[in-house]
Design a protein around this ligand. Structure first.
Ligand SMILES: Nc1ncnc2c1ncn2[C@@H]1O[C@H](COP(=O)(O)OP(=O)(O)OP(=O)(O)O)[C@@H](O)[C@H]1O
Ligand SMILES: [Mg+2]
Length: 365
């Protein structure tokens, strides 16, 4: 059986059966529980899922950024052939910045408030690339210009609090790009920003990714954000990948009921303000004692007894490279029958889906 981590030559990041657990007083939290995927050079992967599905833990943990005595990692994450699970801090530090870089949700927490923007960019250039002070300054000005900051000569000597939220995020992107990483990990890079600035930042990331032929992992809880900006999408639910496909195929042939539910929760530009959107009823499962069958079963409109007892494997659909974890997939005979059966039994999909007030149209969260 093919899996999401099927080996091929262009692979830059290869993650196999990766787990990241937290040992807590309440028990072991299985935040990431057996995830596999491959990211090719120059490709963009969107990781999508509700809050708490494990997106951030996966992204940070793969890069070795989650440390602490209570963190347990297992499986494999190979960057350019180098195993990251179990790598020393020194080995990881040599990769951060130069090979792999990250952009976080809130630019205020990733920027140092007491250092001028220029210094924050030049530090990495001087440390990793051993540039002289003046070379690093020239490079920093160029970087600020390339991320769309007007008047870089003035901005370079300002502090983060003197910049707008969008500008600050542009600065963190400049810092991340400074040493020419081959992999950029962006975790909800626009969630903290004004709606009008969100698209600009996403477009900037996309443009830089193409120009620099970087691979990018874009983490978001909004399928609308990754729709036009990724080659592949991995949908996460309760610590697992439940659907993985080339982006166009995911939207054309969605198989996993959870993905379908996420799709129904995207605000449409055409919808008037305050349109009621469908949200997925119920809560994600407890990650200390997740259900033994399909983890989405308790909330799924397609659910059948088998779903509660047997965990579906991540299997390939009839379209190449499209994997999903479901016994009664959307758009198949088995799925249609399951849904019809549940509807006849008085458990229609509409009942399992509640409605909430929408974000402003075009919003990304
Ligand atoms: N240090 C920790 N100790 C214990 N549990 C943790 C820790 N960090 C994260 N978790 C748990 O791991 C799970 C996954 O969290 P994660 O932050 O990856 O979710 P997410 O998909 O990024 O959500 P969001 O969209 O809100 O950012 C959550 O249940 C969270 O409570
Ligand atoms: Mg997160």
């Amino acid at each position: 059986m093919l899996t999401a981590d099927t080996v091929h030559d262009g692979a830059l990041l290869q993650v196999h059966d990766f787990r990241s657990y937290f040992d807590t007083p309440a028990g072991i939290v299985k935040a990431v529980d057996g995830v596999s995927f491959t990211l090719d050079r120059g490709d963009t992967l969107g990781i999508v899922g509700e809050s708490g599905s494990g997106k951030t833990v996966l992204a940070r943990s793969v890069m070795g950024l989650l440390t602490g005595k209570n963190v347990m990692r297992s499986g494999s994450a190979r960057y350019n052939g180098i195993e990251l699970v179990g790598a020393s801090e020194k080995e990881l530090r040599d990769l951060w910045g130069t090979e792999m870089a990250m952009v976080f949700q809130d630019p205020m927490t990733s920027l140092n408030p007491v250092l001028k923007t220029g210094r924050q960019i030049t530090e990495g250039l001087r440390y990793h690339l051993q540039l002289s002070k003046s070379e690093a300054r020239a490079q920093a000005l160029q970087l600020l210009d390339s991320v769309g900051i007007p008047d870089p000569k003035r901005r370079i000597s300002q502090y983060p609090h003197e910049l707008s939220g969008g500008m600050r995020q542009r600065v963190t992107i400049a810092i991340a790009l400074a040493c020419g990483p081959k992999l950029l990990l962006a975790d909800e890079p626009t969630t903290a920003l004004d709606v009008t600035v969100q698209a600009q930042i996403l477009d900037l990331l996309h443009q830089q990714q193409v120009e620099r032929h970087m691979a990018m992992v874009l983490v978001t809880h909004d399928l609308g954000v990754v729709a036009g900006r990724t080659n592949h999408i991995a949908v996460m639910y309760a610590g697992q990948i439940v659907e993985y496909a080339p982006t166009t195929d995911l939207f054309a042939n969605v198989r996993m009921p959870y993905t379908q539910a996420l799709l129904h929760s995207i605000p449409k530009l055409a919808q008037p303000s305050h349109t009621r959107l469908q949200a997925i009823a119920g809560r994600p499962p407890d990650l200390i004692n997740p259900p033994s069958g399909c983890r989405f079963a308790p909330r799924c409109p397609y659910v059948q007894p088998k779903c509660n007892s047997e965990m579906p494997p991540l299997q390939e659909s009839e379209t190449p490279g499209h994997l999903y974890r479901c016994w009664f997939p959307v758009g198949t005979e088995a799925g249609r029958e399951a849904l019809a059966h549940n509807t006849a039994a008085g458990m229609p999909a509409a009942v399992s889906i509640t409605q909430i007030l929408a974000d402003p149209p075009g919003g990304t969260h």
